[in-house]
Ligand binder design. Structure first.
Ligand SMILES: [Mn+2]
Length: 314
């Protein structure tokens, strides 16, 4: 396995052609924005590049994929993945490719590397920033569609530049986007100020059904699958729902539990005085200080009990 820096990654692309780009399960703005940015950048260089069709792309993000996708990787395609932290993050439809990934560009550390080469920058807010850094090394000019992709990546992974992962470099990337794409307001409104009625209804349900502990500092929202189904929420509606209970005044640790097939997905958000990743590490998960996740293979009510047992004293 080769650990590459940005310049070496640029050389990797310059010396090759025919790329198939993979995104992760439940694709978010960063994985899709990174993929679109990389694909367009490589095409600007005259190379053949496609993003492989991820069946889980939600309507909110389809604008990123316009004209970039194909269904299958060619036999000789160089397979590259972006923002994919682990093999298990790949959608089922890409599982046959998981052992032929030539390069992973990411900002999530994984001790068990699963690709031939990798460029991983854990201090970088969004994978899109890493991709942009590589494209700049190749002398690529940021054009409008690329700016939309880059802005989507950096703004969504930073909660519109509010999270602690935001750096001066993140703002520089965004500034470059603002110089090229004059309608960032439109993107911001679409990404951050538009909510489906179903989303607002489930937020209402969470407020009504949240379990508060430690004098209101801990908030646990366990959302049964049938509630999601009754409200008719889609994955798009549920994006970053775990950030919501943390916004309640006084809450220091918020945990949102959702059912995903046989597992319960726990997402922990904190105000950063408590380490969310330490909580999730107890269940084999991980993440960052302010935001982390884990899976528990047990029924929802048991998962809540186990979680409560492992919460720090605050
Ligand atoms: Mn990301």
């Amino acid at each position: 396995m080769g650990i590459l820096n940005r310049a070496e990654t640029a050389a990797f692309f310059m010396g090759r052609d025919h790329f198939a780009i993979l995104t992760h399960r439940r694709p978010d703005g960063d994985t899709l924005g990174s993929a679109a940015l990389l694909c367009r950048g490589l095409r600007q260089l005259g190379k053949t590049a496609f993003v492989l069709e991820n069946p889980e792309v939600t309507p909110k993000y389809t604008y990123l994929m316009d004209g970039l996708t194909k269904k299958e990787a060619g036999e000789d395609d160089m397979v590259v993945c972006v923002d994919v932290a682990a093999k298990s993050m790949l959608p089922q439809v890409f599982s046959h490719l998981e052992n032929r990934i030539a390069l992973r560009i990411d900002h999530h550390i994984n001790d068990r590397s699963f690709t031939e080469n990798e460029l991983v920058e854990p201090e970088t807010a969004a994978c899109g920033e890493v991709v942009y850094g590589v494209l700049k090394q190749m002398g690529i000019v940021l054009e409008e569609e690329m700016a939309k992709a880059l802005y989507t990546a950096v703004s969504t992974d930073t909660g519109c530049f509010r999270y602690g992962n935001t750096t001066p470099e993140t703002f520089r990337a965004a500034a470059d986007c603002a110089a090229v794409y004059k309608n960032l307001r439109k993107l911001n409104q679409m990404l951050f100020e538009t909510f489906s009625l179903a989303r607002l209804r489930i937020q209402g349900w969470m407020v009504e059904n949240a379990q508060f502990m430690a004098g209101g500092k801990i908030c646990i929202c366990a959302i049964p699958l049938q509630v999601e189904q009754q409200m008719g929420v889609t994955e798009d509606d549920m994006e970053n729902i775990s950030g919501f209970p943390r916004t309640i005044a006084g809450v220091v640790v918020a945990a949102t539990l959702r059912q995903d097939a046989d597992r319960v997905k726990i997402s922990v958000r904190t105000d950063s005085t408590v380490d969310a990743s330490a909580i999730c590490a107890k269940f084999g998960g991980g993440g960052h200080r302010g935001a982390a996740g884990a899976n528990l293979e047990m029924p929802m009510d048991e998962a809540v009990k186990v979680l409560i047992k492992h919460l720090p004293q605050i």
